[in-house]
Ligand binder design. Structure first.
Ligand code: GRG
Length: 296
């Protein structure tokens, strides 16, 4: 890897690679056809593939070929796709549009959308439990990392806290909890799972977890900002959704300027974690920078 990796190019190439892999996960003509169609509808729709690409990049940083890591990266995207389907349901955010297309329940109905989400969540673990070219103890740890990040101590807990925070005054501390669990946990896990493919010591793994967590927070802060100042056409979804649901967000709590300042602080702390552990990771840093500067 050269010293000045092009993050846009890496996102595109590896994101496409993840998409091709995902397209081959379910064989044609599986039954019940509508369930597989609904799972593929969301899984193969044009997302950024941020989490699987970060996973591949973390492994690549320590000399592991992306090909080896693809099944694990795909499992992470499956879990992410499930969370988006369920998040869009009428009982949750009640969204009509996701990734520029009608949401899963708008196309397939609520019952099938719930099952498509359940199917993707469960299959993510089936996928990550398949024989992989990695030490079995490390693979078991990957399963634990993904389960923890996706479950009640991670994303599900964050989603519950988010729902409880709607139409409430809320505090910065509450918001920090929501972001850390709902968004940062899975992004942190993506970096950690990629890194687990390499033979790294605990100190380096811990620094990479901190890096992943901080860029996960930066990603969510940026997402909240984009919901206020973003362009719906570029983003493939309507803006102003947080305000409509009266959600607790940093822009609402602190205003745009202070939120920008916080984004910068979180970004700096991600870089410091790598520096302190003497990890030279230009690709990961370039990708994180790309995420923080994105406009969609
Ligand atoms: C339903 C258990 C459960 C959890 C839902 C991830 C999530 C939790 C909800 C999605 C809504 C949301 C705004 C979450 C914050 C994280 C986030 C910005 C997700 C969208 O991720 P992107 O921008 O999406 O990476 P793409 O479509 O590019 O993959």
């Amino acid at each position: 890897m050269n010293l000045r990796p092009d993050p846009g190019e890496y996102m595109k190439t590896q994101g496409d690679r993840v998409s091709s892999y995902l397209a081959s996960v379910f064989a044609d003509n599986e039954e019940p056809a509508v369930l597989f169609e609904a799972m593929n509808y969301s899984l193969l729709s044009p997302g950024k593939r941020l989490r699987p690409v970060l996973c591949l990049a973390a492994a690549r940083t320590f000399g592991v070929d992306e090909q080896t890591v693809l099944p694990a990266a795909a499992a992470i995207e499956m879990l992410h796709a499930y969370s988006l389907i369920h998040d869009d349901l009428p009982a949750m955010d009640d969204d009509d549009l996701r990734r520029g297309r009608p949401t899963n329940h708008k196309v397939y109905g609520e019952a099938t959308a719930i099952l498509a989400g359940d199917g993707l969540l469960t299959f993510a673990f089936e996928q990550l439990a398949k024989p992989l070219a990695v030490d079995p103890a490390r693979q078991l740890r990957m399963l634990h990392v993904l389960a923890r990040a996706g479950g009640p101590y991670g994303m599900v807990g964050g989603q519950q806290a988010d729902i409880l925070g709607e139409r409430q005054a809320g505090s910065a501390q509450q918001l920090q909890f929501i972001h850390a669990h709902k968004t940062a946990a899975l992004i942190e896990a993506s970096v950690e799972i990629g890194a687990l493919f390499a033979e790294l010591g605990e100190d380096k793994l811990s620094a990479l977890r901190t890096f992943g967590n901080q860029i996960g927070l930066a990603f969510q802060i940026k997402d909240d900002l984009l919901d206020v100042v973003g362009d719906p056409e570029k983003m493939g979804k309507s803006t102003g959704a947080d305000e409509k649901l009266d959600k607790l967000t940093y822009p609402r709590l602190l205003g745009i300027e202070q939120t920008d300042h916080m984004l910068n602080e979180v970004w700096q702390s991600a870089l410091t974690a790598l520096d302190d552990a003497q990890i030279d990771a230009p690709l990961l840093v370039a990708l994180a920078d790309f995420v923080v500067r994105r406009n969609s």
